[in-house]
Design a protein around this ligand. Structure first.
Ligand SMILES: Nc1ncnc2c1ncn2[C@@H]1O[C@H](COP(=O)(O)OP(=O)(O)OP(=O)(O)O)[C@@H](O)[C@H]1O
Length: 261
């Protein structure tokens, strides 16, 4: 489904400020896998998502998605295959547009479009039904500006928007980190539901070891731009926080940014 071969990314390449962020990453991801990605600050987690989405190019290596070499493809072209939700609930939608306008833009992601999202009654009906399933009352607020919503409501909408167009890959970059625990729990439940419903192949960056161990069917640990641990299948199912701590204490897990909870 996704194949990364010998991916190298260096920021400020060729300058005294050169900073390697990914150093020879090789990764094969099967369709339908749900991978949690952990690692200390600066390990390269966001860069990994950015090279898959095309937001950052690589200095070396190649990226294949569904047997197509997408390495030279722009982010816009990859948007037909890849969608994303960010940590900041404000990042994935446009505050000055209404809920229905944001949904219409998301619905047409990856298609050529004019300046105005095309909205019609059929789409409105579909949006209302989708939003009703969230049970947040948003189906009655289609013409409200999205900037009026709470962080949790907005993140729920970002997830819905990410799954409206027929992308195959969902990239989640600490998408529950800015939310209170109850809202984070709701958003994780919604994530699992949408991933299953749309058969998405998912990578989720998290700083929570508990979340990384509990969610998904594969766990990657990055350290200094390399994958240093990759657990799938029964190894992932049986993995505990204590296993991770005993394997990596004093090395990749000394960082306070990795939370036990
Ligand atoms: N635009 C940039 N310019 C220069 N260096 C960068 C840039 N973006 C990231 N880096 C550096 O690349 C390395 C990897 O960064 P990345 O954001 O991928 O790490 P991360 O694992 O997501 O960290 P965090 O958990 O802190 O978000 C870090 O050393 C970071 O400082």
């Amino acid at each position: 489904m996704i194949s990364l071969a010998d991916i190298h990314v260096t920021f400020n390449l060729g300058t005294p400020l050169a900073k390697p962020a990914l150093r020879g990453v090789n990764l094969d991801i099967a369709a339908g896998e749900f991978i949690t990605v952990i690692g200390s600050n600066g390990a390269g987690k966001s860069t990994l998502l950015n090279v898959i989405s095309g937001d950052i190019g690589c200095d070396r290596g190649s990226i294949t998605i569904e047997n197509q070499t997408v390495t030279p493809w722009s982010t816009a072209r990859r948007a037909t295959l890849v969608s994303r939700v960010f940590q900041n609930p404000l990042a994935g939608s446009c505050a000055d547009l209404t809920i229905e306008e944001n949904l219409a833009l998301a619905f047409r992601r990856g298609q050529p479009r004019g300046l105005r999202p095309a909205l019609n009654n059929r789409l409105r009906h579909q949006f209302r039904a989708t939003l009703a399933s969230l049970e947040l009352g948003l189906e009655n607020r289609l013409s409200d500006r999205i900037g009026l919503l709470s962080g949790g409501q907005r993140q729920a909408l970002s997830l819905v928007m990410a799954t409206l167009a027929p992308a195959k890959i969902l990239l989640l970059d600490e998408h529950t980190a800015a939310l209170d625990p109850k809202t984070a729990h709701f958003i994780m439940g919604l994530t699992a539901q949408l991933v299953a419903e749309h058969h998405l192949t998912t990578l989720m960056v998290t700083h929570s070891m508990r979340q990384a161990v509990a969610v998904g069917n594969r766990l990657l640990m990055l350290h200094e731009g390399q994958i240093i641990f990759d657990a799938a299948g029964a190894d992932k199912t049986n993995l505990t926080i204590n296993d991770l701590l005993s394997r990596f204490a004093g090395d990749a897990l000394t960082d306070d940014s990795l939370l036990l909870g």
